[in-house]
Design a protein around this ligand. Structure first.
Ligand code: DGJ
Length: 727
């Protein structure tokens, strides 16, 4: 087999060979295979002689695809359409201009082009047999990372609008003895909970209906394991994550012959679309990664991809922050903030992040948040303004950042008084406004422009601000718009997100040096569409390190630790060392008043920041994650990061409950090399209890026999560094 430079393969059906793809070879008479490949995976389609497009396999790169697979049936169709004889859950549902409720798509052509040596795009063109209605199945492959990005483009060239009821981004099918799906479920303070279940026959939907802050209860990601529950390093697993910040729907449809169809995309609920003639609707991208080496490899694939392509400035180190939120909440003023600055002077932080509450309208009687939407600095608490604070921070050797919630408005704000029609609401319905806070309707161009100008003004007038935390604390219970026409009200859930991305894009373009954190009242917005514009995300308002072990474990399945903001706080009242060691496996921050802590804690914190900068940050960002012992199944959690060249490793041990435990066995080391062990971040005056401290051990031994944990009691932790020694 020869790899095609353009990332797609045309497979000669009867020879079982892969040959270079070219438009001239796409002759409809013989039927043809189209394989979308990465280095270790393939998604293979087959267009038969009549032009029906089937999906043949998704996973291992096939050697003889034409021979090994059974005849195609309706249930193998690549994009099942409503009304055309496919009697299960459809991926596409269209009412054509004349009212016909069926769609029958046929293969027209396909083409592939390289965007770089590693990235290729393939488009398979389909059209309805009768109507001027076109669908392109689009794929971007990231060969080295084994990630496939898939989306659909739907074009109406009929004479009048068509209505799209369903418009999945992807609808792959699988054949296995059993299917196990892991979701990342939760709520405020407990996001990212890993829940795995075996799929039973029928349709299982995992979705979100919150429109904004849409991932509060469930991240738009899953892991699908074939033939048994997902294992870390063995078995076939497919990771999927939708690059979309709004409502999503994943349907898992197991039919009577035990075949599984996955339908992934925007939730169709309340989102029916009228597509005007001449217009194309582009779905968000679904990102896939398949591995036969368990979910651990799938995670590593996504992490590597995120660093190179998925997350803004993925190769740059994230700043160490001091954030005031959990120290002060709304109770702060300039004097208090300057005291926090002074306390942080010798900690080694990169930046101070001022959280919610710095704005107001000018009336001193008013509640702090009444200026939400007006974005004027509150002169009572910050008499010298934001630039003064930024200067003060810089004088002490660190940068300055602020919090904003750009999509929200307070009922008492000037913005609301001036433009009551700019909010999301439905006519003749009582406003649901908890905390008297509402969401702006970003589909209205003036509102969108206003929101951008507000961000631009705050950043532009205060050039000392080099960090922005973008929060969104409201869900959208009344998704209506006074801007959208009556027959396009249902466009709001989609058009809102598109407008949001437009503002985020402007921020990224105009302020390339402002680092940005994505937050939505905890982990209410964590996805790869928004992360293109952000450097990190806030996974949860729970910063109790014990809880965070589970939360960070969950997110680690699809998202890299270096983009996950992880702060040392006093939540949970855990030992300082434990808080620091847990926060190490993230983008480190601190939410503590240094002046008010014990000297021991101060020393520990200072040491923690130093250890993080010197030993941890780089490896967590550029190394490969191995999840060794899950907190869900064990009384301890163990994870490690291994340098790509396997010369260095960091192992994080968290004892959750007091019990005797067996040896810790590592993975991913070079078995032929020797490694010296050294425990990091020990509390002042304490000696390591690690039996192999400062000893040299073979990589093979560390992976087969392992080493004894130095931990004994609950809520203890250890960070061990392994460095290679010359033999
Ligand atoms: C919710 C965020 O998750 C918190 O970190 C904090 O910024 C508050 N909002 C402020 O209102």
């Amino acid at each position: 087999m020869r790899r095609c430079a353009r990332g797609a393969w045309l497979i000669a059906p009867f020879l079982g060979l892969l040959v270079r793809l070219g438009a001239a070879e796409a002759t409809p008479s013989s039927g043809k295979f189209i394989a979308i490949t990465t280095h270790r995976s393939a998604l293979v389609f087959f267009a038969d002689q009549t032009g029906v497009l089937y999906q043949r396999s998704f996973g291992r790169i096939p050697v003889t695809p034409g021979k090994s697979l059974p005849d195609s049936t309706r249930y193998e169709e690549a994009l099942p359409c409503y009304g055309s004889g496919y009697l299960l859950e459809p991926a596409l549902q269209v009412v054509h201009a004349d009212g016909n409720t069926s769609t029958e798509l046929r293969y027209v052509a396909h083409e592939s082009s390289a965007e770089s040596a590693n990235v290729s795009v393939t488009r398979i063109h389909l059209r309805d047999r009768y109507y001027d209605f076109f669908v392109d199945l689009c794929f971007r492959t990231y060969a080295a990372e084994d990630v496939i990005e898939q989306w659909t483009e739907i074009s109406n060239r009929e004479s009048a609008p068509v209505t799209l009821g369903r418009f999945a981004s992807a609808a792959p099918k699988f054949q296995a003895s059993s299917y196990w799906v892991s979701q990342f479920y939760g709520d405020v303070l407990r996001e990212g909970e890993l829940v795995e279940e075996r799929l039973a026959p029928g349709l299982k939907i995992l979705d979100s209906k919150l429109t904004v802050r849409a991932h509060l209860n469930r991240n738009p990601s899953f892991m699908l394991s074939l033939d048994g529950p997902a294992q870390e390093e063995t078995g076939e697993v497919i990771g999927g994550t939708l690059a979309w910040s709004g409502n999503f729907s994943f349907g898992f449809d197991v039919d009577s012959d035990a075949r599984l169809r996955v339908l992934a995309g925007i939730s169709p609920l309340g989102a029916e679309r009228r597509l005007q003639p001449g217009k194309t609707f582009v779905t968000p991208a679904m990102l896939w990664s398949w591995s036969a080496a368990g979910k651990g490899q799938v995670s590593r694939n996504f992490h590597r991809w995120a660093r190179r392509y998925g997350i803004r400035d993925g190769d740059k180190p994230r700043p160490v922050l001091l954030n005031n939120w959990e120290t002060t909440f709304f109770d702060f003023n300039e004097t208090k903030l300057l005291a926090l600055f002074d306390g942080a002077r010798d900690l080694g932080i990169d930046l101070f992040l001022l959280d919610d509450g710095w704005f107001s309208d000018k009336d001193p009687k008013n509640h702090e948040r009444i200026g939400l939407g007006d974005w004027q600095t509150n002169p009572r608490i910050l008499p010298h303004g934001l630039s003064f604070l930024a200067d003060q921070a810089h004088q002490r050797g660190f940068g300055f950042g602020i919090w904003m919630e750009p999509e929200s408005v307070h009922l008492g704000s000037k913005l609301y008084r001036d433009h009551p029609d700019w909010i999301m609401r439905q006519p003749h319905r009582e406003l649901q406004a908890p905390n008297t806070q509402l969401l702006l309707d970003l589909t209205r161009p003036e509102t969108r422009d206003y929101v951008w100008k507000a961000i631009d003004r705050v950043l532009g007038e205060n050039p000392g601000i080099t960090y922005l935390k973008w929060d969104a604390n409201r869900v959208a219970p009344q998704p209506g718009s006074s801007f959208l026409p009556a027959d396009e009200q249902q466009h709001l859930p989609v058009d809102y997100q598109r407008a949001l991305y437009e503002i985020m894009q402007r921020m990224k373009e105009k302020y390339p040096n402002v680092t940005a954190m994505l937050c939505a009242g905890g982990g209410g917005r964590v996805d790869y569409a928004a992360l293109k514009y952000f450097h990190s995300f806030w996974p949860s308002d729970s910063t109790d390190p014990l809880q965070r072990i589970y939360i960070q474990w969950g997110y680690s399945h699809l998202f890299p630790a270096w983009a996950l903001s992880s702060h040392i706080t006093s939540m949970g009242h855990r030992p300082m060392k434990f808080s620091i060691d847990v926060a190490f496996t993230g983008a480190l921050g601190i939410d503590r008043d240094v002046a008010k802590m014990s000297e021991d804690d101060h020393v520990a914190l200072k040491q923690g920041v130093r250890v993080y900068r010197e030993h941890v940050r780089d490896l967590v960002q550029h190394g490969d994650l191995y999840r060794l012992e899950s907190p869900y199944d064990n009384k301890r959690a163990v994870l490690s990061y291994i340098a790509e060249d396997r010369t260095r490793a960091l192992v994080f041990l968290y004892q959750l409950r007091e019990t005797a435990m067996g040896p810790v066995k590592l993975r991913g080391l070079d078995p032929t090399r020797l490694y010296r062990a050294h425990e990091l971040n020990l509390p002042r005056g304490e000696k390591s209890r690690l039996a192999i401290e400062d000893r040299v051990v073979g990589g093979d031994e560390l992976m087969t026999t392992g080493f004894a944990s130095p931990l004994r009691r609950a809520i203890e932790s250890a960070v061990i560094e392994f460095t290679t020694e010359a033999k």
